[in-house]
Design a protein around this ligand. Sequence first.
Ligand SMILES: Nc1ncnc2c1ncn2[C@@H]1O[C@H](COP(=O)(O)OP(=O)(O)OP(=O)(O)O)[C@@H](O)[C@H]1O
Ligand SMILES: [Mg+2]
Length: 244
Amino acid sequence: MVSDKRLRRLDERVDEFRMRIKDSSDREVFADVFDTATLMALYELAKKGYIDAMGGSVSTGKEANIFHAISKKNNTLEIAVKIYMISTANFNTMKEYILGDPRFTGIKQSRKDIILAWARKEFKNLKRAEDAGVRVPKPYITRRNILLMEFIGKDGVPMPQLKDVKLTEKEAQSIFNRILDYMRLLYSRAGLVHADMSEYNILIDMNDMSPVIIDMGQSVMIDHFNAETFLRRDVNNIARFFKN
Ligand SMILES: Nc1ncnc2c1ncn2[C@@H]1O[C@H](COP(=O)(O)OP(=O)(O)OP(=O)(O)O)[C@@H](O)[C@H]1O
Ligand SMILES: [Mg+2]
């Protein structure tokens, strides 16, 4: 049993955090995503110094919302806060990816557990990709349905998606080659297939016109029963995009 005193303290903390995010530019978005448990997890991350200030919303997707934030943990750092929604409409698809993954065989199958596993899965996949030499947002920490990672962008403005960048022939060629390298590294060194590779999930670092691969929650290990299908689809997506 949680004592009254403890409950009250919990409430106070939640209110405190609400207050801190209240003047943020995206109040409605915050109200949408933050159930109390998520708020508490954010509070814990703030208390441990991983988040100093929440910024604006970068993207509101079907399964997750992404916010910009500042962390002062090691020097001041811009970070991306990805918050998976427990009520995602994509739940059934997500379940299929998780259930074929040997790293997650033991997990319970409730909606909440699957979503929480999804956040851990994206964290692990990003880490594996990074270790294999693929440029991805550096993953920092995951708590509950929240993933903190490197912000690809500057001053709160994310780098553009590949689909929105006007490329010269030469730039397109070099980005295409780099993406192929990354897909090879992912497969042979990280043992992963991205499984949602497209011009939407590749950001372009405009400083050096190089690709950054994002969104790896759905990535699967190469022995997943659908890995080959996913790999073919990934390759097709990239080939289709660069054909034009
Ligand atoms: N680390 C990051 N740094 C900067 N921007 C990011 C980062 N991660 C994601 N974004 C931005 O948020 C968008 C959505 O991110 P992501 O693809 O990971 O989420 P998603 O759940 O697939 O959302 P959607 O359903 O919209 O595809 C990206 O296209 C990008 O603009
Ligand atoms: Mg995406």
